[in-house]
Design a protein. Sequence first.
Length: 161
Amino acid sequence: MPSIRKYAAFSVILLFFTSVFALPQTIPSIPGLPGTLTWQNSPHSWQLDYKNVLTISAEAKTDWFVDPFDDTVAKNAPILLFTPDPDYVLSTRVALKFVNKWDAGALMLWGDDHHWVRTFSLDTDLPIRVGFEAQSPAGSGAVVKFSAITYDSHRIGNIYK
């Protein structure tokens, strides 16, 4: 009986210290990207490995979508954002297993909940942040890998020359 009490007391103390002193999940720092990265909606999990491959796990029913019929906004997919220089080029390889309809990963240009795009330019006067997004709007979750992430602060010239 005394050994059970010792074990129970130790478990309570351990639980207390891990609850009180547990550190929050840190924000990744990706070499070459300017400024501080911040989450717009925390992911289920994320990892940045030694090869700088960023893996974001989106939970089920996560999406960024504005319904064109009634302006309802789905805005719960995780996006890891940073503020770019005025002129910049950002590229990455995006890989995921398409398990469910509309599972996706993308580079995002993000102004606010109503001003964002998963493409190359966004016409707005809002301060723009750029980031990495993962979603699974109709499924049970998605794991998206962003590799070969490169950033350069310059403007692309004429791509047709």
